[in-house]
Design a protein around this ligand. Structure first.
Ligand code: PHB
Length: 403
């Protein structure tokens, strides 16, 4: 296996210096790493007790099987390799064909997709893991080539997302990034149909056996397009005031709660995110309003994506503390944290858990590596999206070391 050599580079020198057996060395390191104690301690979220507070963040990997955007045995292997995470949040998964913005991402709106996800969940559970399905509607971050009958993508208002791309397969079979297209504004009468898309996804996600459903209200996709002051210019019950802009998020959330129960629901928000042409003048007020509404409903967790990966100002400690105060469930932050920083954030009481994205691409055994203070593999960005095993299920882990 190509990965073995890289692993050897990480561990052998230390091994040789101490003269201890590998097992003995690791238990010594365990003993010497009290700094990771908080991050590696159990956490009760809803009815589930997670074995640690290292969350696998949702990561688009564009490897759903075709045709039909169906999760496959390869996807099940990828997630199962990462089952020691306190909780896996799946890649964003479209709730409908209309909600798709990138070719090759999985869905949760057909029987085949549901069966594919069930196979993923069963494999993760067999490895004692916990897994949440992230429910996604991209809104205007789409293109007619991805839509039913070549229609326009939908959005709160007919405003194009500037400087934003989606990924399509062209009629000649070639694939690539293209700028997003001008969306059409959803009619008021269509809004129940949008909520129904989330509801059917929740029904399927529950049947597939997921521990949690995570409502994706972040990163400039449909729900954040409604939340944000610049992308929502509506004058009906879904636009104008902060309460109106938050209405669709809460209606979708209530549909999920109806189907799955509040204790198995999380929401992801990304206040101050400026990618996908987001420019919300009320980002913090909106997040705090929602956090309180989530508390009233008793949902399991709130997952905050910090605007590190694509742009936006850093969140302030004051705002993080306000979110903490406003929300009474488990609070997860995600945003380029190191293990030490995550441990400190949890230690200060600001977060209950921290999610890791890119480190999880290249380190399926991230929890064990944190426990041992082992060096991390670096992810290869050329294999982030699309392809098969390479850069997906073949990164080396510590237990692949020669004894
Ligand atoms: C992406 O596929 O680029 C993507 C998906 C979901 C996100 C962010 C980015 O939340």
């Amino acid at each position: 296996m190509p990965g073995h050599a890289a692993n050897r580079r990480i561990l052998q020198p230390c091994h040789q210096r101490t003269g201890l057996s590998k097992r003995r060395l690791f238990s010594t390191l365990n003993f010497l790493e009290p700094s990771m104690e908080k991050l590696l301690s159990p956490l009760k979220i809803g009815q589930r007790t997670l074995p640690n507070r290292v969350i696998m963040a949702p990561l688009t990997r564009s490897r759903a099987s075709q045709p039909g955007d169906v999760p496959s045995a390869l996807n099940a292997l990828y997630y199962t390799q990462r089952a020691t995470a306190g909780l896996i949040v799946t890649e964003a998964t479209q709730v409908s064909r209309q909600g798709q913005g990138y070719a090759l991402t999985p869905g949760i709106y057909t029987d085949a997709q549901e069966a594919g996800w069930k196979q993923v969940v069963q494999a993760v559970h067999a490895a004692d893991g916990h897994i949440a399905l992230q429910l996604w509607h991209v809104g205007r971050i789409s293109h007619s080539l991805l839509q039913e009958n070549g229609g326009a993508p939908v959005a709160p208002s007919a405003l194009i997302a500037n400087n934003s791309q989606c990924f399509v397969v062209h009629p000649d079979g070639t694939a690539g990034n293209v700028p997003t297209e001008m969306p059409r504004a959803l009619a008021l009468e269509e809004m129940p149909g949008i909520v129904a898309q989330y509801r059917q996804a929740a029904v399927r996600g529950k049947r597939a056996g997921f521990d949690f459903l995570e409502l994706h209200a972040a990163n400039g996709y449909l729900l954040q397009q409604f939340l944000s002051t610049n992308s929502n210019q509506r004058t009906d019950a879904y636009g104008g005031s902060l309460e109106n802009r938050a209405r669709l998020t809460l209606e979708a959330l209530d549909a999920l709660i109806d189907e799955m129960g509040a204790q198995q629901i999380g929401v992801r928000l990304s206040p101050h995110f400026t990618g996908m042409d987001m420019a919300d003048t009320e980002a913090e007020a909106s997040a705090l309003y929602l956090a309180k509404a989530f508390s009233q409903r008793g949902i399991a967790y709130l997952h905050i994506a910090e605007p590190d990966w694509i742009g936006g100002p850093e969140l302030t400690d004051v705002f993080r503390a306000q979110i903490r105060e406003a929300f009474n469930g488990a609070l997860i932050f995600c945003g380029g944290y190191t293990a030490d920083e995550a441990q400190a954030l949890i230690g200060r009481g600001t977060a209950d858990a921290v999610a890791f994205g890119r480190p999880y691409i290249a380190n399926a055994d991230l929890v064990e590596k944190f426990r041992q203070g082992a060096e991390l593999n670096r992810p290869d960005s050329t294999t982030f999206y699309g392809g098969a095993e390479k850069g997906y299920t073949d990164y080396p882990t510590l237990d692949m070391q020669p004894a």
